[in-house]
Design a protein around this ligand. Structure first.
Ligand code: PEP
Ligand code: MG
Length: 888
């Protein structure tokens, strides 16, 4: 029989950290902590398989679940001596979600479950604190009605605000037990009125209501969005954790907090955390009250006059430090901890691997390797390659004038400038218009996830370093300043009041997430300096990887950036990008629009010296490293003059009438240029273009070799080949030009001629093509387009729908479609090698910078990946990880 429920408590647990898939991260780690003998309130986890069962069976449960839950409640009773609904010693529980990967705040939670009109009195008697008991009861009613019964919490907030106003109080803590009783009566009336049913008094009914709500929340809109953004499959499901409550809100000897074993922003090896006295866990996470620092050192550094935990509860603090140390050593990773202190006694509620900035991740990985806690190989594996992107974000130029209009917590590093928006919808709107938004909120909630994604940076006026905004922004790598308490947000009027100045929606501000400043206007930015830790991880990664990493670059600037990021060559120089500038585009148009070969040659003669100079510079920058230059690829259509002005300009240069030129332009118009007159088809129609380019390349190679002293071995690449005969035709021209230039220069030049594999036919015929090609470079952009029959330019409109409806898990233009496009790559690689065992194989489509695709490339045994310069460090790391553990 299937085991649906796993218990933990009293130093024992049925599950362990290894059961994450089944018990979720939270459940698995609660079990592990229990087994380690750490103080964990007893409880049980209903497995994620029940969640799958629930959805597969019309939102119902397996038959034996009820009995299993009853038995598990018996286990809690045995440990605590408390029972649900007992009028003398009632058990109160929390009911929380927990999937195998953390989804912060996306799903539902119910606390204080088990309270009703009778048990509340027992709690009041036992705790000797009626105010606490009734406050807890009203919190429970509020949360349960919202989460389980779907009644928005704002209705309760209104009642509470009215009550406080009537009583003349402005803080909740001023309310007495009797005041809370009054509030509870009003809450219950409101529930009856809105839902035509009373608030459930039966704790069993409450429990099953909460369990159902947590399972249902797996499919709520924000959880679905979060999973889509993080590529998490629906099939995982969530587990449900039911656990005896402990109370951080039982008075001044109670507290609740969250902490990281090392600083999640900088990686510094120091316990870093926040807590609130007399509060429940959700208060810290929600950021409603601004929390206090845990350690004295952090308090002093923050210049806070509110006492640290170290100061006010030294014993619990010392125990917490020991636990934290133990957990970090046990898991061999930085931990994110949740704890509660109930009347001086420490309880651990959660441990998990802590989310961190890329900067912190590097520091922690390097230091843990140096401390001997993990190996260097593990350190390399610990860094999420895509996260390195965060380090490449600009920061504010230190020489810049800063007009500081507010300060808050440095919640997530980097700087960004943009227009103020006050809602996630507006952030999305601006982004869709190609504008940059800074999302300004009092605090964020999981509902803002799409707006945070669309915004350049996030600013909140409430909340700490562990508030929703801070955690999510760090995960996304967006700059964030949280808890900027001196700023006032007015949603209704869409204004931000800062030091007496009123800023409106659309005004420009800059966020410096590294130090927590809000600046007026735009500020000059600097490209980031990469830290010593970055260098170390890269060095360790380079030592571990088999594949080379090249960059797709054509401008001198791109080439320099690529080299500074460690590119070992250029994998794709798209020559067409060199023809769009000033004078060149005119010569280019002249060439395209010429009526005959003679006219084309005249224009090409103008282009030759410019093209040669481009290549000389590129070869010089690359100083002997391999450079793959692709012959002209895009449809001529793309170069055609469009406006009357442009046509007149070309007509004048060519000395022909505007009308005549327009006729020629119309004749060259294509309905489907992407599949039209492009790639090697151009070189076959107009061999003189390929000849000019080949000449420019060879002459530049001679010149650069002279100036740098490093021999240049150009790799000339023919695009969009489908037929062997196409390549033969173009290669013959290239070889002829090479012979000519060598004769002229009186020396030999080593060079390679190869082809892109970007059409299914080329992949299928790779054995024959390899007889002519000395290298293959997989153009997976076109290969994806032609394999799927999906236009690259029009795909996004329906691919997002495909993802939302679960037809595809990922955009195949971002991450390679291993089963389809990947199969063609694999086939072509095998066939190419069968013909020419030493054939050089690389990839230069966008996939060359995508970590998952890089794993695939390693598996197929490509020699190198090539990607945009800024992704080179990501590719170096991903290639190292792929060498260490091939995908599969
Ligand atoms: C490709 O098709 O993958 C490729 C690299 O070429 P382009 O994107 O220039 O078509
Ligand atoms: Mg292509």
């Amino acid at each position: 029989m299937e085991k649906w429920v796993y218990t933990f408590g009293d130093g024992k647990a049925e599950g362990s950290a290894g059961d994450r898939d089944l018990l979720g991260g939270k459940g698995a780690n609660l079990a592990e902590m229990c087994a380690l003998g750490l103080p964990v309130p007893p409880g049980f986890t209903i497995t994620s398989q029940v969640c799958s069962w629930y959805y597969e069976n019309g939102r119902s449960y397996p038959a034996s679940l009820e009995k299993d839950v009853e038995a598990a409640l018996g286990h809690i009773a045995a440990v605590t001596g408390r029972k649900l609904g007992d009028n003398a010693r009632p058990l109160l529980v929390s009911v929380r979600s927990g999937s195998r990967a953390s989804m912060p705040g996306m799903m539902d939670t119910v606390l204080n479950l088990g309270l009703n009109d009778e048990t509340v009195e027992a709690i009041a008697r036992e705790s000797g604190d009626a105010r606490f008991a009734y406050d807890s009861y009203r919190r429970f009613i509020q949360m349960y009605s919202d989460v389980v019964m779907g009644l928005d919490h704002s209705v309760f907030e209104e009642i509470l605000e009215d009550t406080k106003a009537n009583l003349g109080h402005d803080v909740d803590t001023a309310l007495t037990a009797d005041d809370w009783k009054g509030v509870i009566a009003l809450y219950k009336e409101k529930i009856e009125e809105e839902l035509e049913a009373p608030f459930p008094q039966d704790p069993q009914q409450q429990l099953w209501g909460a369990i159902g709500a947590v399972f249902s929340s797996w499919m709520n809109a924000r959880a679905v969005t979060y999973r889509r953004l993080h590529n998490m499959p629906e099939s995982w499901g969530t587990a449900v954790n039911v656990q005896a409550m402990v109370f951080g809100n039982m008075g001044d000897r109670s507290a609740t907090g969250v902490a990281f074993t090392r600083n999640p922003s900088t990686g510094e090896k120091k316990l870093y955390g926040e807590f609130l006295v007399n509060a429940q866990g959700e208060d810290v996470v929600a950021g409603i009250r601004t929390p206090q620092n845990i350690t004295e050192e952090a308090r002093l550094a923050a210049g806070s006059d509110r006492p640290s935990l170290e100061k006010i509860m030294p014993e619990a603090f010392a125990e917490f430090c020991a636990v934290s140390d133990r957990l970090e050593k046990h898991y061999r990773d930085m931990q994110d901890l949740e704890f509660t202190i109930e009347n001086g006694k420490l309880w651990m509620l959660q441990t998990r691997s802590g989310k961190r900035t890329a900067k912190a991740a590097l520091k922690i990985a390097v230091e843990m390797a140096e401390e001997g806690l993990i190996s260097r190989e593990e350190a390399v594996l610990r860094i999420e390659p895509g996260s390195l992107d965060q380090l490449l974000h600009p920061t504010i130029d230190p020489r810049a004038q800063r007009e500081v209009i507010g300060t808050g917590l440095p919640a997530s590093p980097g700087a960004a400038t943009g227009e103020i928006v006050f809602s996630s919808e507006d952030a999305e709107q601006l982004k869709s218009e190609g504008r940059k938004a800074i999302l300004v909120r009092i605090e964020t909630s999981p509902e803002d996830i799409h707006g945070m994604h669309a915004a350049e940076a996030i600013l909140t006026t409430r909340g700490g370093m562990t508030s929703h905004a801070a955690v999510v922004a760090r995960g996304m790598g967006k700059p964030c300043v949280s808890g900027a308490g001196s700023l006032r947000v007015d949603y209704r009027n869409e204004t931000l009041l800062a030091m007496g100045v009123t800023l409106k929606k659309g005004d420009i501000i800059t966020i410096d997430g590294g130090i927590g400043q809000v600046l007026k206007g735009a500020v000059p930015m600097l490209q980031p300096e990469l830290s010593g830790d970055f260098g170390k991880i890269m060095e360790w990664a380079d030592g571990a990887r088999r594949m080379k990493v090249r960059a797709n670059a054509e401008t001198p600037n791109d080439a320099r950036t690529a080299r500074s990021f460690g590119a070992e060559g250029i994998g794709l120089c798209r020559t067409e990008h060199m023809f769009f500038d000033g004078e060149r585009i005119i010569a280019m148009r002249e060439m395209i629009l010429a009526e005959n070969e003679k006219g084309r040659r005249t224009a090409l003669d103008k282009l030759l010296p410019m093209q040669r100079a481009d290549f000389v510079e590129l070869f010089e920058i690359m100083n002997g490293l391999p450079v793959t230059i692709r012959l002209l690829d895009p449809p001529l259509h793309e170069f055609l003059p469009k406006t009357d002005e442009e046509i007149a300009e070309v007509a004048a240069v060519m000395n022909v009438g505007v009308e005549k030129l327009r006729e020629r332009t119309d004749a060259l118009h294509e309905f489907n240029p992407m599949l039209g007159h492009r790639g090697c088809r151009l070189a076959i129609s107009y061999p003189e273009i390929a000849e000019m380019q080949a000449r420019a390349i060879f002459e530049a190679a001679v010149e650069a070799a002279k100036s740098t002293g490093a021999p240049v071995v150009p790799e000339i690449m023919v695009p969009l080949v489908g037929l062997r005969a196409e390549l033969d035709f173009v290669k013959a021209r290239i070889d002829a030009v090479a012979a000519e230039v060598m004769r002229e220069a009186g020396l030999t030049i080593d060079y390679l001629v190869g082809t892109m594999i970007e059409l299914p036919r080329a992949a299928v015929r790779a054995n024959s093509i390899a007889e002519a090609a000395e290298f293959f470079s997989f153009g997976t952009n076109d290969l994806t387009q032609t394999t799927f029959g999906i236009s690259r330019d029009d795909a996004s409109s329906f691919l997002t729908t495909y993802q939302a409806k679960g037809i595809i898990a990922q955009d195949p233009f971002v991450s390679i479609d291993v089963d389809g496009v990947g199969e063609l790559v694999r086939l072509a690689a095998e066939k190419g090698r069968a013909t020419r065992p030493d054939i050089k194989l690389g990839i230069c489509g966008e996939h060359g910078g995508d970590p998952a695709s890089i794993h695939f490339c390693e598996e197929v045994g490509l020699d190198y990946v090539s990607c945009s310069p800024f992704r080179v460090p990501i590719a170096r790391l991903a290639a190292a990880q792929a060498s260490a553990k091939p995908a599969g």
